[in-house]
Design a protein around this ligand. Sequence first.
Ligand code: NAG
Ligand code: NAG
Ligand code: NAG
Ligand code: NAG
Length: 244
Amino acid sequence: MAKLIHFLLFLFIQTISAQTPAAPAGPTNITQVLEKAGQFTTFIKLLKASQIADRINSQLNNSNQGLTVFAPTDNAFSSLKAGTLNSINSQDQMQLIQFHILPTLYTISQFQTASNPLHTQAGNSDDGEYPLNVTTSGNQVNVTTGVVDTTVSNTIYSDTQLSVYQVDKVLLPMKLFGATAPAAAPAEAPAPSKPEKNVRAGAADASSGSSGSSVDASNAVSLNRKTVKGFIMTVAIIVSCLWM
Ligand SMILES: *[C@@H]1O[C@H](CO)[C@@H](O)[C@H](O)[C@H]1NC(C)=O
Ligand SMILES: *[C@@H]1O[C@H](CO)[C@@H](O)[C@H](O)[C@H]1NC(C)=O
Ligand SMILES: *[C@@H]1O[C@H](CO)[C@@H](O)[C@H](O)[C@H]1NC(C)=O
Ligand SMILES: *[C@@H]1O[C@H](CO)[C@@H](O)[C@H](O)[C@H]1NC(C)=O
């Protein structure tokens, strides 16, 4: 009889453990997600230099608010017209990066019911400002900024708080690159210096522009994980007691 109980508990633990996703060591880290995916070195540099990576990570750790990130590949950056990033000042470069981040979690299927224009961390989504529209057909998600049209080419990462999607073009916002925007015609910058330097210079201004992230320590996801973990521990202790 005792043997049978052992066996049943053993099975039970196996089942529970199998259903619990391996808890990552610590909160989600956007840099690590992108590093793991490869081909995002430029975007990572920009996120780090602007300290937006830190802000994303602390938002992921401290709030229940979801985030969606459109991550342009290295190819996307290198196929920009030379001098494009340097044609805008450091504050606008910050805005350009923020434009790739939505302060809301969108799964692919949630894009299907999203109402345009979507709100990005760059702020105002009125026409001529920072609007970002999506159109979907099945699982295909097209993104348009009014300047650039592209398609989500891959889901890099997705959990209950964060979605990261690969895009093969840098999302250029209307405000900075629209037909009437002064920055529309990037000068043939003869010596394109590293864009991240400019961003770093502007990083001090950045924190003021962040959308109010509610600091809410109670994170449902980690709480659930803890609960499940605690439960497994309890069962394990019971089993080892019975075993002896
Ligand atoms: C995120 O990961 C990067 C390296 O991948 C590391 O340098 C950074 O400290 C990490 N940030 C946090 C908040 O853990
Ligand atoms: C995550 O948040 C908790 C509680 O607010 C804090 O103690 C911890 O240091 C944070 N972890 C990281 C990696 O920022
Ligand atoms: C998405 O873009 C592709 C390529 O431009 C196009 O063929 C397709 O019809 C678009 N789909 C939707 C839903 O807009
Ligand atoms: C985005 O969608 C809104 C609402 O449908 C529309 O008014 C606007 O013209 C669209 N902008 C672009 C760039 O597609």
